[in-house]
Design a protein around this ligand. Structure first.
Ligand SMILES: [Zn+2]
Length: 262
C-alpha cells in the first residue's frame, strides 16, 4: 500500500490514506524540501517522497508518537526535539494498540534493522529551503517534545497533534503535560499568527484557519478558570487511568484530566 497524494498548496503536498495514520506533508522550496512527520512506517515513505521530488530534503517529526514517527526507519537522519526521542524510539510499542498483529510484526522487523539517527533541534532553528525558511517553534503540551514548523512564505504552520479537528485533542496520553502548560504553548503559537493564515494539522486532510488556535486557547482558559467543565469520559482500558473529561467547543473537542490542569 502506498500513500495517496494531494497537492494542498503550490509547494505543499499531503500524503495520506493509511487508516489512523497522521498526515504527512512535503514542503518543496527552490533548493530543498522538508518532510513533516513519517506516519506508521507500514510502507516505504522514502520511495513515496522521492517519487514526488528530486530535491535534497530533511525529515522532521512534530513529536514522537508512533503514528508520526514510525516511518523514520526509512531515512538516515530525522530531526526532532530531544524530548521527542524516547517516544520515537518506542514507536512500535506506542502503535501496538492501533495496528493489527500482522502489521506490527512487519514494522517490528523493520525497526530492528533501522539505523536512523535522530538529530535534535529546538526553538528558532530554521530549515533553509532556498526561497523559504521554515522556523521551528517549541509547543510542549500534547507531549513535552511537540514542535510546530512555520513556513512564512506559504503562510502555513504545521502543528502536529496540538490542534486537530477530525479527532479529539488528546491531553490524556501518558506523555501529556498539564492543560496550563499546553495553553501557554497555544498562546505562543497564536502570538505568531501574523505569520500564517492556515494550520496544517497532524490529522485533518484540509487546512484549518489560523483562528482555530485562538479558539483552543479560549477553551483552555475557560476550563482553567473553572467556568467550564467537560463531561465525564471513559477512556479505553489501554490507558492506565481511564477517567477523563471531554469538552466540545465549536467543531473540536479536548480530552483532558481534571487532576492535571496545573
Ligand atoms: Zn500524538
Amino acid at each position: 500500500m502506498r500513500h495517496q497524494v494531494k497537492k494542498i498548496k503550490d509547494n505543499i503536498f499531503l500524503l495520506y490514506g493509511v487508516p489512523d495514520e497522521c498526515c504527512i506533508y512535503l514542503v518543496c522550496g527552490s533548493e530543498a524540501a522538508l518532510v513533516v512527520d513519517t506516519g506508521f512506517g507500514i510502507t516505504d515513505l522514502k520511495e513515496d517522497i522521492e517519487e514526488l521530488t528530486d530535491l535534497p530534503y530533511w525529515v522532521v517529526n512534530t513529536h514522537g508518537h508512533g503514528d508520526h514517527s514510525g516511518g523514520n526507519i526509512y531515512f538516515d537522519t530525522v530531526y526532532m526535539s530531544a524530548a521527542a526521542e524516547p517516544d520515537a524510539a518506542d514507536a512500535v510499542n506506542l502503535n501496538r494498540t492501533k495496528l493489527s498483529a500482522g502489521t506490527m510484526d512487519l514494522i517490528e522487523d523493520r525497526l530492528k534493522s533501522a539505523k536512523y539517527r535522530p538529530s535534535f533541534i529546538d526553538e528558532g532553528f530554521e530549515f533553509d529551503l532556498g526561497d523559504r525558511q521554515v522556523e521551528v517553534l517549541e509547543i510542549p503540551g500534547h507531549t513535552s517534545g511537540c514542535l510546530a514548523f512555520l513556513d512564512k512564505k506559504d503562510r502555513a504552520a504545521f502543528t502536529g497533534d496540538c490542534c486537530v479537528k477530525s479527532m479529539d485533542i488528546l491531553m490524556v496520553v501518558p506523555q501529556a503535560l498539564t492543560l496550563s502548560e499546553y495553553c501557554e504553548s497555544m498562546k505562543k503559537l497564536a502570538s505568531r499568527s501574523a505569520d500564517y493564515d492556515e494550520i496544517l494539522t497532524g490529522h485533518d486532510e484540509e487546512p484549518m484557519p489560523a483562528s482555530f488556535v485562538e479558539d483552543v486557547v479560549y477553551c483552555c482558559e475557560k476550563i482553567l478558570s473553572g467556568e467550564w467543565e467537560g463531561e465525564d469520559l471513559e477512556l479505553p482500558p489501554v490507558f492506565e487511568n481511564t477517567k477523563a473529561k471531554r469538552i466540545a467547543y465549536k467543531d473540536f473537542a479536548i480530552d483532558y484530566r481534571q487532576e492535571k490542569l496545573v
